[in-house]
Write a protein that binds this ligand. Structure first.
Ligand SMILES: NC(=O)c1ccc[n+]([C@@H]2O[C@H](COP(=O)([O-])OP(=O)(O)OC[C@H]3O[C@@H](n4cnc5c(N)ncnc54)[C@H](OP(=O)(O)O)[C@@H]3O)[C@@H](O)[C@H]2O)c1
Length: 241
């Protein structure tokens, strides 16, 4: 069980990519990091070792977020480890570059399940822990293109899921605000090392870096953002506006 003064942070998809960068960035003494992973078990173990070297305590939580029962188990394990949660970062999202005409129903359902439905499920299941940890913060990873409806003939399932995440961000901000829980969204543009090509120029002249996203997360977790809820912070270098 975590001590009352421990800052408890749950990050999904912490074994690689942005989730890994977030975990290492937030690892500090008096912090308990709940590090979710699915296939990147060794990556998550490595993150845990490094986070511990930075003074944090860690707990690995494995779950296939496409599976509602596994999501329930994940939150039960979290609740067994801590009576409160200060920060929930819904980082997991699945991008598959497939044309709308080729998307199989099962692939559509899986991408929606992992990228959108899991966000709803985890916020809902974490609600009592977040209320116990208030003032608490939820940050969802969105996508800079998902603040409006634009026709998408590639990765349509991903874009539909991120539109759903945007709606969830605003809706949960309204629902959870009275309990001292803010809910915000950080929406990357095109990050270095990602699949595909940006397709159009980035006004600020370069692709996004993990450090750009970490800066936005720092702001949303800071005292300066105490009155910010339901916001969608685009961190895209002006791409795709
Ligand atoms: N990269 C970009 O350019 C970009 C742009 C806009 C938005 N974003 C958003 O930013 C977030 C992080 O992006 P990223 O580039 O770091 O992603 P990534 O490198 O593709 O990593 C995907 C993450 O999702 C997890 N995941 C995939 N399927 C899962 C499942 N069934 N159950 C549980 N976890 C699963 C993976 O965990 P395991 O490896 O453990 O399975 C991994 O941690 C995502 O929400 C993404 O949509 C990224």
């Amino acid at each position: 069980m975590s001590a009352p003064h421990t800052r408890v942070i749950l990050i999904t998809g912490a074994g690689r990519g942005l989730g890994r960068a977030l975990a290492l960035h937030l690892a500090a003494p008096d912090t308990l990091l709940l590090l979710h992973h699915h296939q990147s078990r060794m990556g998550a173990q490595d993150v845990a070792r490094q986070a511990q070297a930075q003074g944090a305590r860690t707990l690995l939580l494995a779950a296939d977020l496409a599976d509602a029962a596994a999501r329930t188990c994940l939150m039960q394990e979290a609740a067994a480890a801590t009576p409160h949660l200060n920060v929930l970062i819904n980082n997991v999202g699945v991008y598959e570059e497939v044309g709308l005409g080729e998307i199989e129903p099962a692939a559509w359902a899986r991408v929606l399940e992992v990228t959108c439905n899991a966000v709803q499920h985890l916020i809902h299941a974490a609600w009592p822990l977040l209320a116990a940890g208030a003032p608490a913060r939820v940050i969802n990873l969105g996508d800079s293109a998902a603040d409006r409806i634009t026709a998408r003939t590639t990765a349509t399932h991903y874009h539909a899921a991120k539109l759903g995440v945007h709606l969830l961000t605003r809706s949960y901000a309204k629902l959870l605000g009275p309990q001292g829980i803010t809910v915000n969204q950080v929406s990357p543009g095109f990050l270095e090392g990602s699949i595909g090509e940006p397709g159009s120029a980035v006004p600020l002249g370069r692709l996004g870096r993990h450090a750009d996203i970490l800066g936005a997360v720092d702001y949303l977790l800071s005292p300066q953002a105490a009155y910010v809820s339901g916001a969608n912070l685009l961190v895209s270098g002006g791409w795709n506006l």
